[in-house]
Write a protein that binds this ligand. Structure first.
Ligand SMILES: NC(=O)c1ccc[n+]([C@@H]2O[C@H](COP(=O)([O-])OP(=O)(O)OC[C@H]3O[C@@H](n4cnc5c(N)ncnc54)[C@H](O)[C@@H]3O)[C@@H](O)[C@H]2O)c1
Ligand SMILES: [Zn+2]
Length: 369
């Protein structure tokens, strides 16, 4: 990532969804929404923290009737069916009908939840993603996966529902705490591992400095790079029947760790640990070439992200939690595993690899030593 260069293109398209990345866009959300998803009513779903920073600016960007703003408390623990029920009730009480567009203003929690509200309200209404975290800009807002968590595990109730647009304003990252910028970087590292060794190297070289300059060129380039990779994968396999599964690298064990920590670990932190463990697993069972786990571990550590699960989470409990993950089939978990940095295993097995419990336990036990 170079300090001075030509700006990368900022408008991309994924199916019918327009993806815009540009500093200052938060002041134009109304105009974009009125163009891509014209509606009688607009409902902004956001959390208390994001509302405090950007709520007024986004409300003021609408030229017609005042949009309705619905706020939830921040945090993964609110990405639930209960919150979904109260949001949909509030919309019904306010008289919203099918001619309503939802604006999801916030991180991945708000995006997944508000997207699921839009997917299900009156059997589906349009929505616009306005991601305000790095993780949501480069990953969660792209691709149309929406949903909520259940006590049994993450994202177990949900729907595919493509947004009409994704509108990302990198300036919003200036107020995002460093720990959340780091957590977002985990997904950028993932994008490099699963598709592009050169991108992996560029991200590795730019970290950790780029995390301290959220409005800089390197950050803009990272957002565009990751959005392009994610959109390309989704375009080839919207419903995750094959290739899209490679995006789950780090997520089988990562989701188990995130759930077992009672969401004290951020999604990106848990995924960082999951990537280190799953890269080790791939090496241990002879899928990946030697040295990959070390390279993944090195870049994760240099980002300031954790590389091992907290010692309080037992390997047996984590293994059990992989079975409630959506990627578990017929009692055994499937993994998306790297062959090398930039290529994934399983081209002839729907991009997933079945792994024996003993091997998973061996990797978890080695990490907790
Ligand atoms: N749908 C998908 O394809 C997909 C992909 C990856 C992750 N996810 C989901 O995304 C979620 C994680 O998203 P996240 O990391 O964005 O977490 P998050 O939504 O909880 O946001 C993190 C924190 O940052 C605050 N915040 C957001 N924007 C801010 C800003 N600009 N300034 C200051 N504070 C701000 C929020 O209030 C919150 O406290 C998980 O639930 C995960 O499952 C979904
Ligand atoms: Zn993720």
């Amino acid at each position: 990532m170079v300090a001075r260069r030509q700006r990368a293109p900022t408008a991309l398209r994924l199916l019918d969804c327009e993806i815009l990345v540009e500093p200052g866009l938060l002041g134009s959300i109304g105009a974009v929404a009125e163009r891509v998803a014209p509606a009688h009513r607009y409902v902004i779903v956001t959390d208390d923290t994001v509302a405090g920073h950007y709520g007024t600016r986004v409300v003021d960007s609408f030229t017609g009737a005042q949009p309705l703003m619905l706020r939830i408390p921040p945090g993964e623990s609110h990405k639930t069916r209960l919150t979904w029920a109260s949001l949909t009730d509030e919309m019904l009480d306010a008289g919203c009908g099918r001619d309503t567009t939802v604006i999801a203003l916030g991180g991945g929690v708000v995006g997944d939840l508000a997207g699921f509200v839009a997917a299900t309200f009156m059997r589906g209404i349009p929505f616009v993603q306005v991601p305000t975290t790095l993780l949501a800009m480069i990953d969660a807002s792209i691709g149309g996966k929406t949903g909520v968590d259940a006590p049994a595990g993450k994202n177990l109730v949900g729907a595919f529902h493509q947004p009409s647009a994704v509108v990302a304003d990198p300036h919003a990252l200036a107020t995002l705490p460093l720990e959340h910028r780091r957590a977002g970087a985990a997904e950028a590292i993932k994008h490099g591992v699963i598709t592009d060794a050169a991108y992996f190297d560029r991200v590795a070289a730019a970290l950790p400095a780029l995390l301290h300059d959220p409005a800089g060129d390197a950050m803009h380039e990272l957002i565009i790079g990751s959005v392009t990779i994610k959109a390309g994968i989704v375009l080839g396999d919207e419903r995750e029947r094959g290739m899209r599964k490679i995006l789950n690298f780090g997520h089988t064990l990562g989701h188990a760790i995130e759930t077992a920590s009672d969401y004290r670990l951020l999604h990106g932190e848990a995924i960082a640990i999951g990537m280190v463990l799953e890269a080790s697993l791939a090496e241990m069972i002879g899928v990946a070439t030697a040295g990959i786990a070390e390279r993944v571990r090195d870049v994760v550590a240099r980002t300031g992200l954790p590389v091992a699960p907290p010692p309080t989470l037992s390997p047996e409990r984590l293994l059990a939690l992989t079975r409630t993950d959506k990627k578990a089939r017929a009692g055994s978990a499937e993994y998306a595993l790297p062959l090398t940095i930039g290529t994934m295993a399983g081209a002839d097995t729907q991009w997933s690899v079945r792994v024996r419990d003993d091997d998973v336990l061996a990797v978890l036990r080695a990490a907790s030593r």
